[in-house]
Design a protein around this ligand. Structure first.
Ligand code: FBP
Length: 251
């Protein structure tokens, strides 16, 4: 397990983590980006200058853009994914990349999404079971995106249930939606027990709303955040990074 501890140490500072998410190109499409941030190099630059504890990428971006950032930004390789293009069936986030490839690409952790409350849930749980075994063999930390689906996907009990599933499946960290308040988020953190809880940023909010969310999740006992749009869609990504870090790391 020593490999896993070494990798985890790269992702955690003062017992907290701040990750920059850039897997939206597959999940949401290029509409999330402007004419500048559509170039992955721009967002990698924010992660480097902002000294994030990790960046979340799919493998194509690692293969084509990551080399010069290796050793500067820890890498969280997203192994599964799905598009936002309307389908006739309920979206299943299928595995696209192997744990072995994550090792080959020098990843410090793998990211994997499970949508709870969907028709595809069982398949995703089954695929993940195998991924977890492989990750354990390689000493690769696991970050599970535990996302309920349906209209009430931000409901605290649903998010807490998803976080709990993530813990029982063997995740080192779970990334979950914000439940709207510090009180409700505490329940999520409690449900996950030893597993570290990270809050996702979600859609772009006003700076005031976003920082209130950051404060609430940290006061609820979260281990940090994994944010995308609220940083790189901000007019001044490094300024907002500084403000987030001030709350997360208390300095
Ligand atoms: P954001 O901070 O931009 O919300 O990113 C977090 C994230 O989990 C990404 O990693 C992922 O691409 C996206 O949100 C998925 O969002 P959703 O499933 O809610 O559409």
């Amino acid at each position: 397990m020593i490999g896993k501890e070494i990798r985890l140490n790269r992702l955690i500072r003062n017992n907290k983590s701040l990750f920059l998410a850039m897997d939206q190109g597959i999940e949401h499409g290029p509409n999330d980006f402007n004419d500048k941030t559509i170039n992955p190099g721009m967002i990698l630059g924010i992660a480097e200058k902002g000294r994030y504890n990790g960046i979340i990428l799919h493998k194509g971006i690692v293969l084509n853009y990551f080399e010069r950032y290796a050793g500067k930004i820890p890498l969280i390789l997203k192994l599964n994914g799905k598009t936002n293009i309307p389908h006739i069936d309920v979206g299943i986030s299928e595995q696209l990349t192997s744990v072995k490839d994550a090792v080959r690409l020098g990843a410090d952790a793998i990211g994997y999404t499970i949508y709870t409350g969907t028709i595809g849930e069982n398949l995703m749980l089954k695929q993940f079971g195998k991924v977890e075994e492989e990750a354990r063999d390689y000493g690769m930390p696991i970050i599970l995106w535990m996302y309920p689906r349906g209209r009430d996907r931000f409901n605290a009990e649903k998010v807490a249930y998803a976080a709990r599933i993530g813990m029982e499946l063997g995740a080192d960290m779970v990334k979950v939606y914000y439940t709207g308040s510090m009180q409700t988020f505490k329940r999520v953190v409690l449900a996950a027990q030893k597993t570290r809880v990270l809050c996702a940023g979600g859609e772009k909010k006003t700076e005031k709303e976003f920082l209130k969310m950051v404060r609430n999740v940290m006061n609820a006992g979260a281990a940090g955040l994994a944010v995308g749009r609220n940083v790189w869609q901000h007019n001044e990504p490094l300024k907002i990074t500084k403000k987030i870090k001030h709350i997360v790391f208390k300095k």
